[in-house]
Design a protein. Structure first.
Length: 588
């Protein structure tokens, strides 16, 4: 079935008397059978020359047509930011400046995406000029050779080693470039972890995720979407002309002296391409487990687990709950010269000296499972697997722990007990799960109250009860744990004092200039740690459900997510609303 573009070209050629109606219909059928665009079939079959074909198309579309281009007349500054690979693949080349914009040679005036990309690069409106593709490619080779640029010889690694230019020092007058740069400036100023560029029906919306919560930032006219997306793709070295498939890339930036690593993801939607960019500040990675917000009892448990000689430690929680940060902090704590530590991640978010880190690459079959299998031949002491996603990875992790290795990994479940049943659901034998897992930590992130503007208030009895706090005796410690692996929770939770008649005072968010009016600044974790005791192990062997395992763990003294959150509310660290937002009702 021929495309509408092929039909349009056929009509142009019949109107120009270059083909009869019958010839055009036959050629359309032949091109369709060979799965070639009509214009390629016409030239390949020598029915028409490329000059005849594109000259007729240019005249019909009201565009100039050039048979030759002089390479010495192409201004070098017009190609300064245009990758040679992109120029060749799309057969486009800026030729010269005009009063209203930049004249651009293009082999196919129907490829508007390539023209939009060039417009984003040069920062001015483009005026297409139709030129045969072979002529454009020949001119590109001459122009780039003359300018001393040959990006075909530059590897990606060489580019990454170049000194990054601080965006603050960039003085570019191109509106789209300035607009995209401002997105990054504002994101860093707001301490955003993600930038969302979202096409809507009539406009483009931008949202920032700050401390785990999305916030509307700005809007722009829908007409600018192609140029914005093209600019982001250029920075991330993605295929600008590809708009039908999702793409992933990476941008290295420096803003106010801080190196920022940006992970870029694009997906096509019904309204246009959507972009999400995750910002990673390489200087802000946590290196010590004391920075994670552990209560003293939880700190003791985690600290003892990561020093075990073998076994599996799992960290569980939804995406964005800080699981990888916890694993990095744990590895940093035990990273000593006498240990061989290896990690396989997707992706490697931060480089840690002294640790061998491998980035998974499914294209070459370097999966979590294959990387983990290879590690066993590297004489490791500690292995970190970014995520246990399938049975194969789980099996190798279990075997690694049973042969004397400490394995740290993440798994997606709602709570700690659910991780045990999830492994069994992956067809891992219950006796292997029971004998290999030594501890499971579930976690969430809550926003921390801004210390400059938080204010005291008296919560209602219903609010306290929903949080799991008894208003009549809010500071009573938990009963002594039934099992020795749990320690009694701290009795002095807060400098706050109970008010009259059993009432308590808590802090709530207000908003000020320091926290940009949000009332919160930064995040901390709330945790539950499930230790594998003899009773828990017996439940796993009996293939018990997660609720049964959880009830037993609570009876043995486990502090669940909601309880750990309530401790931080009473300590004035966060609010009731934050804890309820990220936890389910697990007080039963």
């Amino acid at each position: 079935m021929s495309s509408s573009r092929d039909s349009f070209i056929a009509r142009i050629l019949t109107d120009a008397a270059l083909l009869s109606v019958g010839e055009a219909e036959a050629l359309l059928q032949e091109a369709d059978k060979k799965k070639l665009p009509l214009h390629e079939h016409l030239v390949a079959s020598e029915t028409l020359s490329a000059v005849q074909l594109w000259k007729a198309v240019a005249e019909r579309m009201g565009l100039p047509f050039l048979e030759t281009i002089r390479a010495d007349e192409v201004a070098p500054h017009l190609i300064a930011d245009l990758p040679i690979v992109f120029a060749k693949n799309n057969r486009v080349l800026p030729i010269c400046e005009t009063r209203d914009g930049v004249r651009v040679a293009c082999a196919d005036p129907f490829e508007l995406g390539a023209l939009d990309a060039v417009q984003a690069i040069v920062g001015r409106p483009v005026e297409p000029v139709v030129v045969v593709g072979d002529v454009i490619v020949e001119t590109i080779n001459a122009v780039y050779e003359r300018s001393g640029r040959d990006e075909d010889l530059e590897g990606e690694g060489a580019k990454e080693e170049e000194e990054l230019t601080d965006l603050i020092d960039v003085e570019d007058e191109a509106p789209i470039i300035r607009w995209v740069n401002n997105l990054f400036f504002e994101a860093v100023r707001r301490r955003a972890s993600d930038i969302h560029i979202e096409p809507l029906e009539k406009e483009v919306g931008v949202r920032y995720r700050v401390d785990g919560v999305l916030q509307n930032a700005k809007t722009v006219k829908k007409a600018f979407l192609p140029s914005i997306i093209s600019r982001v793709k250029i920075l991330a070295r993605l295929n600008i002309a590809e708009k039908r498939q999702p793409q992933d890339g990476r941008i290295g930036l420096k803003i106010a002296g801080k190196p920022i690593d940006v992970r870029v993801s694009t997906v096509p939607t019904s309204q246009g391409e959507r972009v999400v960019m995750r910002l990673l500040d390489k200087q802000s990675v946590l290196h010590d487990i004391t920075d994670l917000g552990f209560w003293s009892d939880h700190y003791t448990l985690f600290h003892s687990l990561i020093r075990r000689p073998h076994g599996i430690i799992l960290v569980t929680g939804p995406t964005g709950s800080g699981k990888t940060t916890t694993l990095y902090a744990g590895l940093s704590q035990i990273n000593t010269p006498d240990k061989n530590i290896l990690t396989v991640e997707d992706p490697v978010e931060y480089d840690i000296d002294g640790i061998g880190q491998v980035h998974v690459n499914p294209k070459i079959d370097l999966t979590f499972a294959n990387g983990l299998r290879a590690f066993l031949r590297q004489d490791p002491d500690v292995i970190m697997v970014g995520e246990i996603r399938d049975r194969e990875t789980a099996e190798i992790a279990v075997q690694s722990s049973l042969t004397g290795h400490l394995v740290l990994s993440t798994i997606h479940t709602n709570d700690a007990a659910g991780a045990l049943t999830r492994l069994v659901e992956m067809d891992i034998e219950p006796f292997l799960v029971a004998s290999s897992i030594i501890g499971i930590q579930a976690q969430r992130l809550v926003r921390v109250l801004c210390p400059h503007c938080r204010e005291l208030y008296e919560p209602t009895r219903a609010q306290l009860e929903e949080l799991g706090v008894q208003p009549d005796n809010p500071y009573a410690p938990k009963p002594p744990p039934a099992h020795h692996v749990y320690r009694e929770a701290e009795k002095k939770l807060s400098p706050l004092k109970p008010l009259r008649d059993g009432h308590v005072s808590l802090y709530r968010a207000v908003g000020c200039d320091e926290c940009l009016g949000l009332g919160y600044r930064g995040r901390t974790g709330i945790y539950e740690m499930l230790m594998i005791t003899d009773e828990i192990r017996a439940h796993v062997l009996r293939n018990a459900d997660s609720n049964t395992i959880k009830r037993t763990a609570l009876s043995e003294g486990m502090v669940n997510l909601r309880e750990d959150g309530s401790r931080k509310v009473l300590a004035g660290v966060t609010t009731i609303e934050e804890v309820l937002r990220v936890t389910q009702d697990d007080m039963d």
